[in-house]
Design a protein around this ligand. Structure first.
Ligand code: MSP
Length: 656
């Protein structure tokens, strides 16, 4: 049941750059946005929640080439392929209303019109670009913006760049943007305002290069063939083309624009709080109401990467711990505006403390007691005790408003603290009232019923307020206590459950996680996933250098028969072969293949040897020649097969 419409709420996440698979850091922002969207829906807003993928640019073009795919195939695999972006958002229960891909035709055509409009109004002009370009970030920098000669965003090497290009008159908007940032609450948290003004605006905003000619994977500038639109123009305007700006695919622009909030990671605040509003001003369009720059999830204080010993694959984490536990952890543990250090241990601790101990416990204890003492339905005759009940009831009654105050500030962590303070209080309330003692005396049953009722009311309000964070868990909790109202008005009314409330049992919501076991399992799952991601079969690259025929013919290749084969003492690699090479004298060859074959399995086989190599000593024993084998790699593992030929070939036969 939803409340009367409170108006519209348009919220966006950055559209993800599909040059690689998503990690938990990317998932963080989308989960936060989903939580806010669900909260606003619960409040009664008509919500538009947009996410998508930002699919153009040189990096994608390069990566696709490396992978031997077209750029479109490459992004399709990561976006729509198995365990891709769309699958992940489905798994994570992301409730986006729309998904935009910047390669969608309607978007491409709209970007061409937008670019042309800014050109026609004089804000885009043609010039020559000389400067520095960071390929991974798709960012242009001036010399003065570099930090130690490297990209100020990612710290990587930048390249010299010079080409004919179009420029956007960013400098023209510097004063207006400074005013917007300093004198309104357009950008939050406040600390990000100082960063933008001091690092970018005060040193002087230079005009921005907005077209490229050195690659083709982008939106073509339709009035100047050879130029493609700078990927950030293409990307930023997604927030409006996805509503129908300059296209017929959608027609919600008038209803939803301007956005109520763009959630973005801190490294792209510059694009959203300086470049984006300048372009909107140039287009004569209203500005979004707010940009919120959230912090990063870090690993050991640094950038997230797959090689730092923690599992960061959201699929593995969600499959092992559950989608809701993962969603909850992300918003409960890290303040949204600041960086936070991610670790698998922290995730497991949070599950055990908040979800298994506190939330899981209050639900299972209360339901179990209602069943044990009253067969699942409380009697309507109940006795309140102000001295014991007042504090809990007061906390529960004001919870929705305290939670709302935090959610309105995007302070997810604090909103959850409000809920969990009440849950802790309720667990304490159980101990204070000792229902098991009350149950011993029939005369105390009405009091016991009231104690359980107060607990159920607490669970109802907490359970509903958890919906934006843990949608499936919230629904399950509500089902168990027989509640079904999520509408905002019902959440600050204490006493809405009927006195004769009925509960339903169910399995443990959040079983305790055994830390050591789970960490070991995670490692295993990640190793398996890495292996599965490796190419199924790889062969050595072919030699580029040619060998002349006469040189090749100098190699004396012969069929040899294995008379004996033994491991070499103190070596786990070498096998010692005694071979019949047709000469009447045994030939000894040592070969490093002990990990691939059992010696006894090779006796009697006909193999191929190069016999005219100079003899070599290995582990003190002489080796006269080399046995031929075939090598390849399967799922990252080297495989070796000795070349075995038909036993009909006599020992000593020459191979040519
Ligand atoms: N394509 C641009 C956004 C264009 S929006 C018009 C982009 N894409 S991205 O894939 O590189 O990043 C998407 C979001 O994930 C960004 O907001 C970025 O900050 C966020 N994160 C990437 N790694 C992150 C962490 N380790 N922690 C938190 N968020 C992180 O930027």
């Amino acid at each position: 049941m939803s409340e009367a419409n409170k108006g519209k709420f348009y919220i966006t996440t950055p559209i993800y750059y599909p040059s690689d698979r998503l990690h938990i850091g990317h998932t963080y922002c989308t989960v936060a946005t989903d939580t806010m969207a669900r909260y606003k829906r619960m409040q009664g807003y008509d919500v538009m929640f947009l996410t998508g993928t930002d699919e153009h640019g040189q990096k994608i073009e390069d990566k696709a080439r490396e992978a031997g795919k077209t750029p479109q195939q490459f992004v399709d695999d990561i976006v729509t392929g198995p365990r891709g972006v769309l699958d992940l958002w489905k798994l994570m229960n992301i409730s986006n209303d729309r998904f935009i891909r910047t390669t969608d035709d309607y978007h491409v055509a709209a970007i061409q019109k937008i670019f042309k409009k800014m050109y026609e109004n004089g804000d885009i002009y043609k010039g020559k670009y000389t400067g520095k370009y960071c390929k991974p970030c798709e960012s242009f920098w001036t010399e003065s913006q570099l930090v130690d000669g490297k990209c100020p965003d990612c710290g990587r090497e930048v390249q010299d760049a010079e080409e004919e290009a179009y420029f956007f008159r960013l400098s023209k908007y510097a004063d207006k943007i400074q005013d917007l940032l300093e004198n309104t609450d357009f950008l939050e948290p406040r600390s990000r305002v100082h960063e933008m003004v001091n690092n970018f605006i005060k040193p002087g905003l230079e005009d921005l290069c907005v077209s490229r000619t050195s690659f083709t994977w982008g939106v073509p500038v339709d009035f100047d063939p050879g130029h493609v639109v700078y990927v950030w123009i293409d990307a930023l305007f997604n927030y409006t083309t996805a509503l129908g700006l300059y296209n017929d695919k959608y027609n919600d622009y008038d209803k939803f624009w301007p956005a109520d909030v763009h959630f973005v990671g801190k490294e792209i605040v510059r694009f959203h709080s300086i470049i984006w509003p300048s372009m909107l001003m140039s287009m004569g369009m209203p500005l979004p109401k707010k940009v919120f720059g959230h912090g990063w999830l870090l690993l050991d204080g640094g950038k997230m990467s797959k090689s730092k010993g923690n599992v960061v694959d959201p699929y593995i984490l969600a499959e092992m711990f559950g989608v809701d536990a993962l969603r909850f952890f992300l918003l409960r543990t890290f303040p949204f505006g600041s960086d936070g250090n991610f670790s698998n241990e922290l995730l497991i601790q949070t599950i055990n403390t908040d979800l298994a101990n506190d939330l899981g416990n209050i639900v299972s204890r209360t339901v179990a007691m209602a069943q044990k003492y009253f067969g699942g339905t409380l009697p309507a005759e109940q006795v309140a005790d102000d001295a014991l009940d007042a504090n809990l009831i007061e906390m529960v009654s004001g919870l929705r408003d305290r939670y709302e105050a935090q959610m309105e500030k995007y302070a997810f962590q604090n909103a959850l603290s409000e809920v969990f303070n009440v849950i802790s209080r309720a667990n304490k309330y159980i101990d204070e009232n000792a229902p098991w003692v009350l149950a011993r005396d029939e005369a105390n049953k009405p009091r016991l019923a009231r104690v359980l009722y107060n607990l159920l009311e607490t669970i109802r309000i907490c359970g509903a307020l958890l919906l934006p964070f843990m949608p499936a868990t919230s629904a399950e909790i509500m089902k168990r206590i027989g509640a079904d109202r999520y509408d905002w008005d019902s959440l600050n009314q204490y006493g809405l459950l009927p006195a004769a409330a009925t509960v339903t049992d169910g399995p443990n919501l959040f079983p305790r996680v055994d830390m050591d076991k789970a960490l070991a399992e995670l490692e295993e799952a990640e190793a398996a996933a890495r292996k599965a991601a490796l190419p199924a079969l790889e062969i050595e690259p072919y030699a580029e250098e040619q060998v002349d025929f006469d040189t090749f013919c100098k190699s004396d290749l012969r069929a040899v028969k294995v008379k004996d084969c033994q491991p070499v003492k103190k070596s786990n690699k070498l096998l010692k072969f005694t071979l019949d090479d047709g000469t009447g004298t045994d030939r000894q060859i040592l070969s490093g293949i002990a990990m691939y074959y059992k010696p006894e399995d090779l006796i009697g086989k006909t193999l191929v040897a190069i016999t005219n190599l100079p003899p070599r000593k290995m582990m003190g024993q002489e080796s006269c020649g080399m046995l031929l084998s075939a090598v390849h790699t399967e799922q990252g593992e080297e495989k070796l097969n000795l070349i075995m030929v038909s036993d009909a070939i006599p020992a000593g036969a020459k191979l040519c």
